[in-house]
Design a protein around this ligand. Structure first.
Ligand SMILES: Cc1ncc(COP(=O)(O)O)c(C=O)c1O
Length: 416
């Protein structure tokens, strides 16, 4: 691993020791987990925090005037505080605790679209995950809105000239990913925000892939809403966040009704709780939220400086090794500083699903398929690809194991 003396060095093998699941074998081989863009594995401290919550603190939140409920509420609210600090949100009231990125984007799409008029435009991109496309398609259908899409360049970057052309006074929302889960492309969000705000559009950023890999500053990003999931950043499944500007959240109507989100209920009407609670109907995922700060503590200890240096190095190494194999098409920008820690590729002779199945026999876990981005796959002219995505515990040895397994697959199919 290359690193300058000033950047703290991350030792992936040492990091891996902190993940019980990485000690197991798969089909008699060491597990090489390279599906981190789908979900990351969880370090021991997160597992312990979950166990601790259920064995010590468990109670419902914001309800009981007894010790357990107060402690559970404090743990849940501590998650909100920590997330607000993590992304430098102006106010913890702007952090809505939900299930995942998908739910967070659906909330904005459903609620904000009620404020729009037929013919108003939503601008998304060709590289969106279905989570940042389908909610807008649904809103557009319901409200008579027009959806437009920014194309990508041949290199797999967002076509910024086309973005400027498509942006107009009719654009009310720009919904864009911070980092593509297929191409790895890192999108210049602040540039887009500047342009979008000039025409009075709000900007919703799908941060599912960005927030796990970079220090994100909500104010510097400049967007109005940012969505991300705990499970892609070493935290538990079932917890995700919508970070929004408090004044915008205040102006929005809730989309789910029930307990927690109300102030007063009569038989014929109801009034809403303050933000963020008015968007958190019903019993939330208390235990997983309570355990998430342990994942943030883990990331903090490693430091993003070290994480980024490590992941960039690993991605550049993987690119070099995969490109060196020949017969593979690699998608997305080649420049490691313009992409995140994943590489999608297609073998000219082996179907991605077949390749992933053979890789699994070597203990190598990768994702094969359309990666919930069917329009992008059509644009790339493929039905599926294989994606290797990296995390703090992956090493060059893992990349070597991937390459070895691809060569083995080629032999298995009689291609080498
Ligand atoms: C870019 C992107 N957006 C959204 C999502 C959806 O995340 P979740 O399933 O946690 O809602 C993913 C998940 O893979 C993703 O990669």
């Amino acid at each position: 691993m290359t690193s300058t003396t000033s950047v703290p060095v991350l030792r992936p093998q040492r990091v891996a020791e902190r993940f019980p699941i990485l000690q197991r074998t798969v089909r008699g081989r060491r597990l090489v987990y390279l599906d981190n863009a789908a979900t990351t594995q969880k370090p021991r401290e997160v597992l312990e925090a979950l166990q601790r919550f259920y064995s010590h603190t468990n109670a419902n939140v914001h309800r009981g005037a007894y010790t357990l409920s107060e402690e559970a509420t404090a743990a849940f609210e501590q998650c909100r505080e920590r997330v607000a600090q993590w992304v430098h949100a102006p106010d913890p009231r702007g952090v809505v605790i939900l299930r995942n990125t998908t739910e967070a984007i659906n909330l904005v799409a459903q609620s904000w679209s009620r404020r729009l008029a037929p013919g108003d435009e939503i601008l998304t991109t060709e590289m969106e995950h279905h989570s940042n496309l389908v909610p807008w398609l649904m809103a557009a259908k319901e409200r008579g809105l027009v959806l437009r899409h920014v194309p990508i360049t041949e290199e797999g970057e967002l076509d910024l000239a086309a973005f400027r052309r498509l942006l107009s006074r009719r654009t009310r929302v720009v919904a864009v990913t911070g980092m593509s889960n297929v191409l790895g492309t890192i999108v210049p969000v602040p540039e887009l925000v500047e342009e979008a705000h000039k025409v009075g559009a709000i900007v919703v950023v799908d941060g599912a892939q960005l927030v796990p890999h970079q220090a994100v500053h909500f104010g510097q990003l400049g967007c109005d809403f940012l969505a991300f999931s705990a499970h892609k950043m070493y935290g538990p499944t079932g917890v995700g966040f919508l970070v929004g500007k408090p004044e915008l959240l205040e102006a929005m109507e809730p989309v789910l009704g029930g307990g927690e989100m109300i102030r007063e209920v009569f038989l014929d009407r109801a009034t809403w709780n303050d933000i963020p609670h008015k968007f958190e109907a019903g019993t939330p995922n208390i235990a997983d939220a309570a355990a998430f700060p342990a994942a943030l503590g883990f990331l903090e200890e490693l430091t993003f400086e070290a994480i980024q240096a490590h992941e960039q190095d690993l991605t550049a190494y993987a690119w070099e090794r995969l490109a060196g194999l020949g017969g593979l098409t690699l998608h997305g920008p080649k420049n490691p500083s313009r992409r995140g820690a994943l590489i999608s590729f297609v073998d000219e002779h082996i179907h991605p699903h077949d390749l992933a199945t053979v890789l699994d026999t070597h203990g190598v876990a990768v994702r094969a398929g359309h990666h919930c981005a069917q329009p992008l796959m059509r644009r790339l002219g493929v039905v599926a690809s294989v994606r290797a995505s990296f995390a703090v515990y992956n090493s060059r040895e893992d990349v070597d194991a991937l390459v070895f397994a691809i060569l083995a697959a080629r032999r298995f199919f009689g291609l080498a």
